[in-house]
Design a protein around this ligand. Structure first.
Ligand SMILES: Cc1cc2nc3c(=O)[nH]c(=O)nc-3n(C[C@H](O)[C@H](O)[C@H](O)COP(=O)(O)O)c2cc1C
Length: 353
């Protein structure tokens, strides 16, 4: 049984995570597995109160459930089974079952973040319908796919604020560049982070990006409007994307974020099965959450205004009510396959029970 569980974990860890930080580890038991968060594994400025990590762990747990289903097991998932054990997120127990469902499992190794430009081709209504009918937990207050070109244009000029802030705010800058892997050898050493080729930069952009990792240089270049030029380029990419999805929850507690992560993974795997490409573009939402959570110390007043305005605009574009909290926005469409994939670490098993 433990061998089966290990095999399931080998594939489950292909789940997405903020900055490809893979913030999880495991303890095996006779008929299941305990999932732990690794606090600080993603210490980028976006991961306010580990919220991105909880979403990623949700995706991982969904993978475990799906993969168990193929092997002939149902799962009982208990979130935070023992509150006094720090970092223990879930106890997943495997129970024998007659049902076998391999549809979504096949998509797990195929799912990737695709940051390429997307074709202008729209999604056929029947596929959109499949995507919109992915079963969702009760805490998912809003799940919507935006296709209106006017609204998408408006959205583009809020999402691209992230690229500007990466180059104008040292905390965001340093936090992101820490996770860029400049070569395969570099990536192989750490087994995490984002390989430069997955960012899909044009050759000149890639050269410039290498230069921008030095804060002094980019800080100087910003006197000549470089950050704004870069962000203008991103707006073009965002505006040419034919559809965007949004997921909003009823709250931001750990269990709500984990459930949202599970749902997001189901949507992503369903999209993958339909031949669709996806890219989370959640950065502005996470920055807004940091400010809303009262952590304003690293922002200039002007930057806070820009982020708050962007958040309000996003709320308007997706007609969110005050009790709907946006936790994920993603690009959706058809594209060539990504130029490169992200490395994944083998499951870290910290013990047996
Ligand atoms: C909570 C969360 C937030 C993310 N935010 C972004 C984002 O803002 N921009 C982006 O390009 N990718 C984002 N990603 C995608 C990750 O960078 C990606 O999953 C990771 O690098 C691993 O690559 P893979 O998805 O191809 O396995 C996010 C992923 C998660 C789980």
């Amino acid at each position: 049984m433990r061998e089966i569980i290990k095999q399931i974990l080998n594939q489950a860890v292909l789940a997405p995570s903020g900055d490809n930080s893979q913030p999880w580890k495991f303890k095996l038991k006779d008929n299941g597995v305990f999932v732990y968060i690794v606090f600080g594994a993603d210490d980028s400025f976006y991961n306010f109160e580990e919220r991105g990590s909880y979403i990623g762990i949700g995706a991982l747990i969904e993978n475990i459930k799906i993969l168990a289903g193929v092997t002939g097991f149902e799962t009982a998932i208990k979130l935070f089974p023992e509150e006094n054990i720090s970092g223990l997120i879930a106890e997943v127990t495997f129970l024998p079952s007659d049902k076998r469902d391999s549809n979504q499992a096949k998509q797990i190794p195929l799912r990737v973040t695709n940051r390429k430009p997307y074709l202008s081709k729209s999604i056929p209504p029947e596929d959109l319908n499949i995507l919109l009918n992915v079963p969702r937990e009760n805490n998912i207050k809003k799940y919507f796919i935006l296709e209106d070109p006017v609204a998408i244009k408006a959205l583009s000029s809020t999402l691209n604020l992230n690229e500007r802030l990466i180059l104008e705010n040292k905390k965001i800058h340093d936090g992101l560049f820490k996770y860029i892997r400049w070569s395969k050898t570099d990536e192989d050493k750490t087994k995490n982070g984002m390989y430069i080729k997955t960012l899909e930069l044009a050759p000149l952009q890639e050269k410039a990006f290498k230069l921008f990792r030095n804060w002094q240089i980019i800080n100087f270049l910003n006197h000549f409007g470089v950050s704004k030029m870069v962000s203008k380029d991103s707006a073009k990419l965002y505006a040419s994307t034919p559809a965007y999805g949004i997921i909003a929850t009823a709250g931001l507690s750990e269990d709500q974020l984990i459930l949202a992560g599970r749902f997001f993974q189901r949507v992503w795997l369903t999209g993958t099965g339909l031949g669709l490409s996806m890219q989370p573009v959640a950065a502005i939402l996470f920055l807004a959450q940091r400010i809303n959570g009262g952590d304003t110390s690293e922002f200039l007043p002007k930057q806070m205004d820009l982020i708050k305005n962007a958040e309000n605009k996003i709320r308007q574009i997706f007609s969110l009510s005050s009790d709907e909290i946006p936790i994920m926005i993603f690009r959706l469409g058809y594209a060539d396959p990504p130029s490169a994939g992200s490395i994944k670490r083998s499951p870290v098993i910290i013990g047996n029970i």
